[in-house]
Ligand binder design. Sequence first.
Ligand SMILES: *Cc1c(COP(=O)(O)O)cnc(C)c1O
Length: 339
Amino acid sequence: MIDLRSDTVTKPSSSMRAAIASAEVGDDVYGEDPTVVRLQAEAAAVLGKEAALFVPSGTMGNLISVLAHCARGEEVIVGDEAHVFYYEAAGASAFGGVQMRTVPNRRGAMRPSDIEAAIRSPNIHFPRTALVCLENTHNRGGGRAISLEESRAMAEVAHHYGVAVHLDGSRIFNAATALDCSAATLASVADSVNICFSKGLGAPIGSAVAGSAPFIERCRKYRKMAGGGMRQVGVIAAAALVALHEGPRRLEVDHDNAKIFCDALGVTSTIETDPDAVQTNIVVFRCRSSSLEPEALLEKWREAGVLVNHMGNGDFRAVTHKDVSRDDVIEAARRLQSV
Ligand SMILES: *Cc1c(COP(=O)(O)O)cnc(C)c1O
C-alpha cells in the first residue's frame, strides 16, 4: 500500500525511537521536564519568538492561541478555506465563545482589502475584531507557500487597526523550503505561530505554539484548561526534537517527489493536474472521465494499493512524506491511472 493521504501517516524513524528510549524526563506540569524545556527553547529560537509551548496537536495549538488572543464575544477574521475554520470542529466557537468571520481564500491568501473591509469599527452592535488568522503553507490551497510579501500585506492591515495576527504554520517549514527563506522570517509578520512536528517533519505526536512570553503564559493556562497539560512528556518531545533537527532539510525531497508524482499523473488525459500549482508536498488533482462517485473511486484506488484523500467537489489530494520514495510516487501514479 502506498499511503499518500497525508504527511501525518509517517512512522517514527529509528533515531526518533532511540531518542524516545533515552529521553530525560520530569513532570512538565511543574515545568520540570528537561527535554520539553529544551524543545520549547529551540522551537522559540527557530521561529524567532520569545517563548514556545509544547502541545499535543495542531488543533489544540490553534485553539489555545485563539483563546489567548480573544475574549468571549469577539471576532476572528479567517480565510474560508482555512484549517482553523474548516477542520477544527468549531472549537474556538464552542469553547471560547468566539465568532469566526470568513473572507475568501484565493489559493491560500486573503486580499488585504477584504481583511480591511471585515475589520469592525467601534459600535455597540458589533463584536470587536480581535484576531486575523493566516495559514502557511495553505492546506486547502494545495500546499501553496504564501510569500513574505503577501503575508506582510495581510498582517499589516490587521496591525494597522490594532488587531493581532496568528499564523497557522503547521507546514511552515515546507513554506520556508519552497520560498528559500527561514521559518522565523515567515513567522515574523505574526504575533503568534503554531507549528506541527507530526506533519512533514515526521514526529509521531506534537505541535508547538510560539509568541511573546506573556502570550505563552496565557496559552499555558488554556492548555491546562483544555486538558493538554502533560506529565513525563519528554518521551514525545524527544521525538519532536529529532523532527526539528532532521526534518526541515529533508522536505526538499518531498517537494521534488510531489512534482514527479504530478508529472507522472498528468501524462494521460483522464486525470487533470495543475503542475504550476505544486509548490510543496501537496498535489491536488481531478478525474475527468470517471462516472464513479469520488468515494467509489477512492475504494477502487485502495484496491489498487494507493490511498489518497477526497477534498470535496471531485478534488483529490495526495501528500508526499518521508515514508514514500520517488519510485513509490511513480508507481502510485501508474496505479491511479490504471483504475
Ligand atoms: C494538520 C493541520 C492542523 C492541525 O493539526 P493536528 O495536529 O492534526 O490537530 C492545523 N492546521 C493545518 C494547516 C494543518 O494542516
